[in-house]
Design a protein around this ligand. Structure first.
Ligand SMILES: Cc1ncc(COP(=O)(O)O)c(C=O)c1O
Length: 372
């Protein structure tokens, strides 16, 4: 049986398709009533007061950074993320400060605290709830209170996660949170993203920035608007929001499937050379299922698995070691955990429609390749 299993993929059904067709047949196909309904549904789902839907997760990070950061601010962040978490800090004219990760892949909040004690120029912390596991909420609360830093939770992997009774994106212990609705994520709008916050002033500014910095003033004249900030066209369309609304209804079902697969992987890998990144966590969304494998030849291991149809991936190449960041003087930070993680980590296929037989194939193939 020739297989080709990606590490992640969307789950789209007839209901999603019908929802998009209905949107296409309506009068407003760009930002209209479905975008508003999607934002309201995101607030209901996460518990946040406000949600702003945007064109993608990177746009969400960009706008959040413009409202949270000032030029020259130092911002603690993680090397173990997709480029856009860090790029957004740079877009706002601020300076990323890379902090090592814990053994579980998230930013090390103890090291963050050490840096906060030493350097009053640090004004914000951008944490990534890596793979679907939320950041330690008690620690976030304490850092926020003790040091007065702005906190952004990059929850691109994490919509639907719960930790200590707190839902991802509720912003109970952060100023803002972002989601991505790229097709490999837990739910999709094709491309899309959102920012959630409980701060009404931030919310207002985000709405303006999403739409060219325009403020409408019909009290002056029906056509009248003012551009008060330098904004962007980062709007989501009603077509995408229709898909988002339909997907959001199914999200908990998708996550139940992901957790079921994660449980199976955990059982299969117990007492073996394949080590899951953290013990089974029923609050994690398992957007990614990362295992660690010690090998002298990771390239050969990847090539072998891909050749056999197991679409493994690597999340992530340390962002501070990218050529762009090296040119800015980064890349020499002491990050022993990240270095070790980069040598060992492999993301295995995980998505709601990955069948039992396919899961068995992933497990068996991985054992064959690892055991040579
Ligand atoms: C952690 C993280 N942050 C941000 C993003 C950016 O999201 P998007 O691809 O929707 O721009 C991604 C997407 O890959 C991500 O994984």
């Amino acid at each position: 049986m020739k297989k080709s299993l990606p590490y992640g993929r969307q789950t789209i059904d007839e209901e999603d398709i019908a929802s998009v067709i209905e949107a296409l047949q309506s009068d407003l196909i760009t930002t209209g009533p479905r975008v508003k309904a999607f934002e309201e549904a995101l607030c209901t789902y996460t518990g946040a007061k406000y949600a702003v839907a945007v064109a993608n997760g990177t746009a969400a990070l960009h706008l959040a950074s413009l409202v949270l950061l000032n030029k020259g601010y130092k911002v603690l962040t993680t090397p173990n993320t997709f480029l856009s978490t860090v790029n957004a800090i740079v877009y706002a004219g601020a300076k990323p400060v890379f902090i090592d990760i814990t053994k579980e892949g998230n930013i090390d909040l103890d090291l963050c605290e050490e840096m906060l004690q030493k350097d009053p120029q640090i004004k914000a912390l951008y944490g990534v709830a890596f793979s679907g596991k939320m950041l330690d909420q008690k620690r976030l609360a304490s850092l926020r209170e003790k040091y007065g830093v702005a906190i952004l939770e990059d929850n691109a992997h994490t919509i639907g996660a719960v930790s200590e009774g707190i839902k991802a994106g509720s912003c109970v212990n952060s100023d803002a949170s972002i989601f991505s609705f790229h097709p490999v994520k837990n739910m999709t709008t094709g491309e899309g993203g959102a920012i959630t916050t409980n701060d009404s002033a931030l919310h207002e500014r985000l709405l303006h920035l999403r739409n060219h910095g325009i403020v409408r003033k019909p009290e002056v004249a029906p056509w009248y608007y003012e551009m008060q900030h330098l904004g962007f066209n980062y709007r989501l369309t009603d077509i995408q929001a229709a898909l988002g609304l339909s997907q959001l209804h199914k999200l908990d079902g998708f996550l139940a499937k992901r957790r079921e697969i994660a449980k199976r992987y955990h059982e299969a890998f117990a007492n073996s050379p394949v080590k899951p990144l953290y013990p089974f966590d029923e609050g994690s969304t398992y957007h990614l299922f990362v295992v660690r494998v010690q090998t002298d030849d990771k390239k050969a291991l990847f090539e072998n698995l891909i050749e056999r149809g197991v679409g493994v991936q690597l999340h992530y190449i340390p962002v501070n070691k990218q050529p762009y960041y090296r040119k800015l003087g980064y890349g020499k930070e002491t990050t022993p955990q990240m270095d070790k993680y980069y040598q060992e980590a492999i993301s295995l296929p995980i998505y709601p429609t990955l069948g039992e037989e396919e899961q068995a194939y992933v497990i068996q193939t991985l054992f064959e390749v690892v055991n040579g």
